[in-house]
Write a protein that binds this ligand. Sequence first.
Ligand code: SAH
Length: 461
Amino acid sequence: MGYQKNDLVTVRIEDMGQNGEGIGKADGYTLFVKDTVIGDVIRAKVIKAKKNYGYGRLMEILTPSENRVEPRCPVARQCGGCQLQMLDYREQLRYKENKVKNDLQRIGGFENPPMEPIIGMEDPWRYRNKAQFPIGYDREGNLVAGFYAGRTHTIIPCKDCLLGAPENRPVLEGVLDWMRENRIPAYDEADGRGLVRHVLVRRGFSTGEMIVCLVINGAELPAPERLVSRLKKIKGMAGITFSSNTARTNVILGDNVSTVWGRPYITDCIGPVKYRISPLSFYQVNPVQTKRLYETALEFAGLTGSETVWDLYCGIGTISLFLARQAGKVYGVEIVPQAIEDARRNAAENGIENAEFYVGKAEEVLPGYYARYEQEHGEKAHADVIVVDPPRKGCEESLLETMVQMQPERIVYVSCDPATLARDLKYLCGRGYELRRVRPADMFPMTVHVETVVLMSRVKD
Ligand code: SAH
């Protein structure tokens, strides 16, 4: 039996999907319902009906699951950024472990992947060192800062996200007051007018340093001294900057950053290494878990001090410098030029001399290096260990192919998307590598996202 739009259905949630949505069955009809967890018995209204499945909106929880908890954030459901806030943290960890395992089985074809327990957090709140708040107007026309309501462009006012630093609030209040005082309009996506688009805040947890970047739809920041006088009083403020982005796109930052006060970067330490981070560079958002993630990558790399290591998708050289202290030579490759500038400076400031960095696409730089090396040296370039940490879309096949040709003993794959991880591991396993260790890490508590560190080793011939 099928259902139709607007039908009210009672279902028991029995599973959870890729995006954290609950999945229930009513008379053999599958219903996907956001904001529910396994074990809930609920009333849902059908909002979209297909022949064999449909989507429902949660109307009422008849019997809550024993794993359901009260979300701490008052806008958790509207915001949609925390898909799992109503699920007990231990169950969140279980869900993520399963997600990784399922993808490795289903997509990677690994029948029994060598799973190790997920690295969870002791205190899974206020872990983010970066926040980006869109600025706009509410229905009454009041200036607001907050978050986009799940998949829409309506701003839910919220100055204190419970995943972020409490210092974000005075920054946003300062910016909004400055806008009101100087009649500076927020950007309007619909017509491309107005000025202030986003406020980005980055904080070094180990140093307390903070940097603010206003993204504006224009070339100049009006009344900068008034903004500075409001914001520089905030504890830890190290720099006030703006980035001009006049394109009508969803991309937040422009490709430039200008400093109006202080300096255009913060510093932060992860373990023994100190890093400089510019607004345009990628930096892991959860420093507590990042340290554990890098330690795991270091352990998997199995370095003894003499190895040649490639760190592909290296960002500001975080993993490269972590590994360099125990390797012979480390090569880092990254597409964002500002990040490579940071990486080189970070190496110098930490007294690390055995790291070299290249700007470019990993899938072009490594194959290019490999081909040139053979021409120049008459032998194949070799690596002992290759580390990759790609964005969600994973690695290009041309890169994986060169990696295999370089015959590293070990490949350490750091992944933020289990599905593309599974796809890439399948490729490598068909070409002389075997899956040895799989360790998920919870870098993003309360959300459905999961990070994984994997060790593959070369099968001896
Ligand atoms: N390992 C780093 C960064 C990981 S994030 C860390 O832990 O901090 C992924 C990085 O890959 C980003 O810095 C992004 O700019 C970069 N990137 C994206 N596509 C790329 C490509 N095709 N080649 C090289 N780097 C790329």
